[in-house]
Write a protein that binds this ligand. Structure first.
Ligand SMILES: [Zn+2]
Length: 201
């Protein structure tokens, strides 16, 4: 998967992701997977400067356009004038040499690929999958739900979870910020999502 980062000037980079090719035959297949797993889980590691919860991911496909500079040939003709050593009685002789160079705009390809952005979203942070929320917690995006999810992932059990105790645990609240837990996903009856999966390309 080809990516480019761009400095936003706000302390983080945005991410331009080129979608297509062998891994994602259709845009929908990419979006389905991104929705299900989250982009940061799909990437082995976020590129330098890209911060979950802040950076925007722009999804783009590449549109081929003919290179204007070389008119699609991939080469530029250049002429240089060289001055030969004067030959007696003939004066200077100007020699015009014409040769081709590889077009620097398209690197000789004759076309350029321009990104066409079709979707964008804030890159989510760590997502925790749980099967259900305990009684008393209804909002899946609340700090309460995150505290519960953190407890679940830590102990793999509901045992010992007390919301009031959890709420007073400053370290856990800080950890949720540090881990950038941005979403708790209800995983009702579905198979456990695959762990880190890397896509080359
Ligand atoms: Zn060109």
């Amino acid at each position: 998967m080809r990516m480019e980062t761009q400095d936003t000037g706000k302390g983080y980079h945005d991410l331009l992701i080129f979608v297509g090719g062998k891994h994602y035959p259709t845009i929908q297949s990419f979006l389905d997977e991104a929705n299900q797993m989250g982009i940061s889980r799909r990437l082995h590691k976020l590129p330098h400067g890209v911060i979950a919860g802040k950076s925007t991911a722009y999804l783009a496909h590449e549109q081929k356009t003919k290179c204007v500079r070389c008119n699609g040939s991939g080469q530029l003709k250049q002429a240089v004038k060289t001055r030969e050593i004067p030959v007696e009685y003939q004066g200077d002789t100007l020699i015009v040499e014409e040769f081709s160079i590889i077009c620097p705009d398209c690197q000789g390809k004759g076309h350029k690929k321009n990104p066409v952005i079709f979707a964008s979203y804030i890159i989510p942070g760590l997502r925790i999958y749980i099967n259900k929320l305990p009684p008393g917690i209804t909002d899946i995006n609340s700090m309460d739900a995150k505290l519960y999810a953190l407890h679940r992932s830590r102990y793999r059990s509901d045992k010992g979870f007390d919301l009031n105790t959890a709420k007073n645990n400053k370290e856990d609240r800080q950890l949720i910020q540090d881990l950038k837990i941005t979403a708790v996903i209800l995983n009702r009856g579905k198979a456990k999502p695959k762990q880190e999966e890397e896509h080359g390309g």
